[in-house]
Ligand binder design. Structure first.
Ligand code: IPD
Ligand code: CA
Length: 269
């Protein structure tokens, strides 16, 4: 038999979706245990908060992943970029920190893993509802093992949308209020949950018909963007381009028919 060099990928120590879900569940327990306790709340910006639980969850994830996959490059909300290797991990240890700090039970852990230039695995865990949203590229999206599918709503007038606002919205324009006003007058409603990862997962689950937001970071939407894509959403930036993880990061996730309508509203003069 002729000698064929083994592909590099066969040597790679790749994580499984089950392993991502286990990590998200364990970090979610940290959030759940700390919920409604007194928090040490620090300001990263005028209205951008961080608690000791964000740091605790991130420390746990970085250590657990670093031990199991030493060849890891991290892009994590609280510690920024660290490590190097074939695996890139996008980690939001607590998405929905403002809700969390106020005792509003809408928040989650978000973990995505990418290799060969593509996000491959994503897990978003809501510990208050015990809801695990997850996806593996090419294998569909699931909520606690139930397959997910976006809605087929094609008209704005029949849609329920969700969005969020950037932390610099007091001073920086565009701050999304203009888009919010447009959609509020054309749809059944626009919600603001306070967790971009859950927003996109709720589109995947058919709870919302579409989600848009500007000025996000890769850890906010790397996992949930993949979950929405795998549930049949078209996920782009606000210009309609497929790369929604490169700066300046923005996201539009909806079923293909509604996506076209939302894109037209977002880009009208
Ligand atoms: C925030 C939430 C929020 C979104 C902000 C994000 P954080 O993430 O996802 O919904 O509107 O832009 O920064 O700070 O809670 O991790
Ligand atoms: Ca966060």
């Amino acid at each position: 038999m002729p000698f064929r060099p083994t592909k590099k990928k066969e040597f790679m120590n790749l994580p499984s979706l089950f392993e991502l879900e286990s990590l998200a569940r364990a970090a979610g327990k940290i959030l759940h245990d700390g919920y409604e306790q007194d928090h040490d709340v620090q300001l990263k910006g005028v209205i951008d908060l961080v608690t000791e639980i964000d740091h605790k969850s991130e420390k746990f994830l970085l250590e657990a992943i670093g031990q199991r996959w030493p060849e890891s490059h991290f892009v994590a909300e609280e510690s920024g970029e660290s490590g190097s290797g074939d695996l890139t991990w996008y980690i939001d240890p607590l998405d929905g920190t403002v809700n969390y700090a106020h005792g509003v039970p809408v928040f989650c852990v978000s973990i995505a893993c990418a290799w060969d230039g593509q996000t491959r695995l994503g897990a978003v865990y809501d510990p208050m509802r015990d809801e695990m949203f997850s996806a593996e590229r090419g294998r569909g999206a699931h909520l606690n093992a139930r397959p997910l599918k976006v809605t087929r709503v094609a008209e704005l007038a029949k849609s329920l949308l969700v969005t969020g606002f950037p932390y610099d919205m007091w001073t920086v324009v565009p701050n999304n209020l203009e888009y919010f006003g447009r959609f509020a007058r054309m749809t059944q409603g626009v919600r603001r949950l306070g967790s971009a990862a859950l927003d996109a997962c709720y589109v995947a689950a058919g709870r919302f018909d579409g989600f848009w937001e500007l000025s996000l970071k890769p850890w906010d939407v790397a996992a949930a963007g993949l979950i929405a894509e795998e549930a049949g959403a078209l996920v782009t930036n606000l210009k309609g381009e497929p790369d929604y993880l490169s700066p300046p990061l923005s996201i539009l996730a909806a079923g293909p028919l509604l996506h076209e309508k939302m894109l037209a509203v977002l880009n009208q003069a």
